[in-house]
Structures are given as C-alpha cells and as structure tokens.
Write a protein that binds this ligand. Sequence first.
Ligand code: ADP
Ligand code: ZN
Ligand code: ZN
Length: 687
Amino acid sequence: MTERLQVAVETPQHTGLGAPLDYESEHPLAAGTFVRVPLGRREVPGVVWPGTSDGAAPAELKPVLQAMSSLPPLGSRWCELVAFAAAYYQRGIGEVALSVLPPELRKLDDAQLAQRIARLHKRMAARPPAAHGPGAPALSAEQADALQRLAAATAGDTPPAVLLHGVTGSGKTEVYLRAADAALAAGRQALVLVPEINLTPQLEARFAERFAGRHIVSLHSGLTPAQRLRHWLAAHLGLADLVLGTRLAVFAAMPRLGLIVIDEEHDPSYKQQEGARYSARDLAVYRGKLERVPVLLGSATPSLESWQRAREGRYQRIALPSRIGGGALPQVRLVDMNQLPKTKGVTTALSPSLVAALQSRIERGEQSLVFLNRRGYAPVLHCGDCAWKSGCPHCSAWRVFHKLDRTLRCHHCGFTERVPRACPECGNLDIAPIGRGTERLEEQLAGLLRGPDGRAARIARIDADSTRLKGALEAQLGAVHAGEVDVLVGTQMVTKGHDFRRITLVAAVNPDTSLFSSDFRAPERLFALLMQAAGRAGRDAQQASRSEMWVQTWHPQHALYAALQRHDFAAFAESQLKERESAGLPPYAHLALLRADARTAEAARGFLQAAAVLARGLPEAEPVAIYEPVPPGVARVADVERMQMLVESASRGALQRFLAAWLPLLHGVRKEQRILRWAVDVDPLAI
Ligand code: ADP
Ligand code: ZN
Ligand code: ZN
C-alpha cells in the first residue's frame, strides 16, 4: 500500500512552482520528515509537508527515495512559520524551508545523521562547567517593575509582544536574562536574537556566565557547516536551553520554545537582503503569536513600525527611562561648522574645540570615541588638472582610496587596483583625495593629539577593514576595555551594544549626509545611530555627569538634532510619524519593490513597464498604486544595470493579494524581456 504525500523541495524560481509537489511513499511518513526525492533528473532534499494536495494527481507519482528517520520531524508550527514566510515574502515554500535549514543536512545520509545525533547526545550529556560569574545583580527599581509588568502581560494564554523601550545603559540585557531564566525554570527554551554576528560572543559570554550548567548554542553565518549543523540539531532535539543568534536563528527548530527576545529590534540587519527578503523581527513576532510565547522587543530607539504598534496598543510598551546607577545621559553639544574659518579642504575639518576636548580627555586618562560612517582613507581620488575621478569601471560609484595598502577599491563590486602614481587620463602626478574616511580620520587625529607625557596619543581604528582577520575585533575591543587606547575611531560597528566603561566623549564628525537623503528612513536611522553612539559615553555612573556627545554639523537648527539634544526619542518619533502619515509612507502604508537586473537599463525598465501593464488588468490591483520604474541609488553594480518599481497600498492584505495574483504572471514577461533576474522585496527597508 503506497501513500501519497506532499514534499516541499527547492524548485527553480523561473518555473513558477512554489508549492510542495506530490510524491508517493511505501511507508507512511510524518509531516516534517526530512527526505530525498527525485526532481527531474536530480535527487533533491525536501521536507514532507503537512496537508494533502488539492491538485489532480498525475497518474504515476515518483517515490520518496530516502527518509531521514533518525531526525525527528520538524514540528507543525515550524512548517506553519515557513509557509507564512514563503507566502508573505512571495517565495516558494521549499525554497524557504531548505534555505533556513543547515546546509550540511542535505549532504548526509540517514546513517551518518544518526551518528552525528548520537555523538551530540553524548556531548550534551555532560553538563557545561559552572562558570564563576558574579551572579545576578539586585534589580533596579525600574527593572523590577519592568519584569513584573512583563510577567503580568505574558501570563495569559496569548501573550502580546512587548516593546521594551530602555535608554542606553538602562540594563535591558538584565531584563532579557531574567525573562530567559523564568522560561528556562519553566522547562522551556529561549531564543535570543541580536542584529550582528559581532555582538554574539559578548552576549554569549553574559548568558554563559549567568546560566551555568545550561546548554547555550549560537546560530549565525560565521559558524563552520559542521558547527551550524550541531548547534541547529541541539536546538531541534531540545538539548540546548538557549539559542542565541542572528536573523537566520528565527527559524531555529525549538520544540520547547518559551520566549523570544529581539535585542536592538530597530536594527536594519534583521532584514535579509537576498533570496526570501524576510524581516526576522517581524517573523519573530509572528512566531510568538503562533507558538503563544512572549516576544520581547528591546531598543533605545525602537523602529517607527514597532513604536506605532505600541501606540495603538497592539504591543505592550514597557519603559526603562533611566540609566543603571542613575547616571545622566551624555550632554549633546552641537558644533556649528558654519562658524569655522573657511579653509581649503573644509569637508574634512575637525573643529578646534572638538580637538581640544579630545586632548583634555586624554590628559584626564579618559577615552573618546570618534565616529564616522565611511571606511577607507577617502571616498574618491581626484585630478585637479583634468577632473578625472576614481570611478569604478563596473559600477556607477567611486572607488574608495585605501592608503594603508595603496589601493582603489570599489565597495560595491570589490574591484581593486593599486593606486596609480599619476592621473590615468593626463599624467598629472598630483592626484588628491577628496573627503575623508576612517583611515584619514585616524591619521588626522594622530597628527593633532598628544599623549600625557609627550608620547603619541594611542589611537585605534575599528571598521570592516581593521577587523577582517579572525580574532582582530576581539583583540581591539579588548585593548579598548583594558584602557590601552585613548581615542577609538570607527564606523557604526563600534556604536552598537558595546559596554565601554571608560569612554566619556563620543563625537560624530560628519553625520549631516543622512539629513537630506531621498530615503524616507534616513532620519530614523541617523537618529538611532546617534543615540546608540551617544549611549557608548558615560556608561560608568561615576563619570556619566561629565560625559558628552559632540556632533559636528552644518545644520545645527535641524529638528533631529534638537530632539537628540533632549534625548527625546518620543518627540522625534511623533514628528516622524506625522510626516509619514501625511506622506502616506510606512507604517501608514505598505510597500513592495519589484527589482529587475539586466545588461542594459532599457531592458530592466522594459521588464518593469511590461509588469505594470499586466498589473492594470488585475482586479486585485485596484487598491494598489504602482509607481514609475527608477534606478536605485547605485544603478550599475558589477556591470549589471538595476531598476526598481515601487508598489504601495494602504492595506497590507490588499498588497498581499495583489502580489500573489501578479507575480506568477511575471515568469512569462521575463521570457519576452531580456533581463538577468527579477525579485520582489516586501516591506523594503530602503527605497
Ligand atoms: P542596555 O542594554 O540597556 O544599554 P546593559 O544591559 O548593557 O544596558 O546594562 C548596562 C550596564 O549596567 C551593564 O554593565 C550591566 O552589567 C549593568 N547592570 C544592569 N543591571 C544592573 C543592576 N540591576 N545592578 C547593577 N548593574 C547592572
Ligand atoms: Zn588628470
Ligand atoms: Zn564596482
């Protein structure tokens, strides 16, 4: 007697087949079983999917070739989460399912997998050694209150999502730790998401210290394939009590899930930027609802989406308005760059008052952080004689000058060359950098600052270049914590999450560029970035009263800086939400971007225009606005022309129904128009 069942497999996107396919099996197989099935002439991995197909069965079904019976089936709610993500982000179910499972899984046969699982059981049978941490601190009154409210809010059968709005240094992590403790004590597993891989070791250390004797695993893209499989298995088998990870961990299979924490919930890194472009934050909230477990979203600067939901009462808001130890937030000082004497190269100016402030910190033995969101030495090289600039031959972007290794590097396609000795156009020997990146800032500061007894000031730089080697970031952060650095220069990498204890001054030297960006989210991001950066200063309550945040700006009157000066996130959020509402932008409208890549801009535009024509024939398009195709900020990358078209609706449901009706038609359009690929981005972060 053979059984008919559905299997989710990865089907090529151009086939337009996103749903699970029918197969037959000699033995009944539980939904969620990992299998191997034939597809065309290949043998592919798949997951037995819940439910039965409604399509007419072909006369002869192909058989399931192998079932991984040593692996417990994936749970029904895991399947539901994947199915939801696939439908919402308009991808195939099998594509999503297979892309979020550890890649190593598909390489093993059942016997090998059984062996790995047995080994893992043995390994996990030994309790991890008890750490000798300082133990849990007594809660501050605000933390205790927050936890009480959290417990009350989440006691019911359908716990709401909770937005923990706590200023930097208010002790949000302690709240996560206690909430996780409660979940673990109740025999459940906890899932903790962080935006960046760099933050996982730090958080892992804090959790390991607190939860001695518990099994903690991490899940992120920095693991080896074998590690990732092991950690994933530990979660899926219920052996790990705590799972810490980046966005992909939102799909970790966890049979005893009891709590989801999303730290820095506003962070754009939670959005996947390729394939199924999902938001791990939004999926976490969905998963919480599905599994009826509390979801704790923490931030000092919540996303406007979450803030708005809290305002509407859909999320419960809990606040931690003060810093641990009662320390003040740093005083924000705006340096009006218009007041500086005009000199050549004024774009790279450091105001004398800022330099003096940095110098006096060094003399007092305190640390400073100088923040500039641009790596390299200078964003472009320029010839004064013929106006040549260091453009990338493959992209519509400048190549960045990196002085340390004397290269011109494209940050979009990676194309790298040695810096020419002379202008490649006219032979002029005098080609000069324009503007400033972190390398140049480091050099400038080294020339301007002195250590106490005449020694050189100790300046360290942390950015994607200086931390390329494994262990480099840890070593550099270690040096900062140990007080071996006077001034830390860095990109946004250093503004997030780090608990620096000796920094009393943070400076943003050129933040204005985001003020007038065409991206409607740029102010929100800048505000969050500056608040986060400010939050690195004065984390030690003893020094907090002397701590300062300096902002060099040409627009000192700007409302964003005024709100920053008052540390007033609520006021900033209100004004932004008003603007968004009157402009019909998220969270008051829902967006999707259709993107097309082609060899020529005309082909990419042609595809999008043809797609728009097709849309007009659909009744589902009625409540939806479709805009003209436009190139993104950088139109050409690696010799590929990119074009995008915005689709907008006041109703999320209407947008979803439209996309579901429209996108399947585009496979046909693609055949007529010569494009390389197309994709849709639902709830895009940047437009
Ligand atoms: P946030 O994430 O809100 O910026 P953290 O969780 O990093 O803040 O906490 C800031 C600092 O305060 C950390 O060094 C942390 O160890 C400390 N801390 C947190 N809660 C307490 C407490 N109840 N008593 C003493 N110190 C605390
Ligand atoms: Zn020239
Ligand atoms: Zn390039």
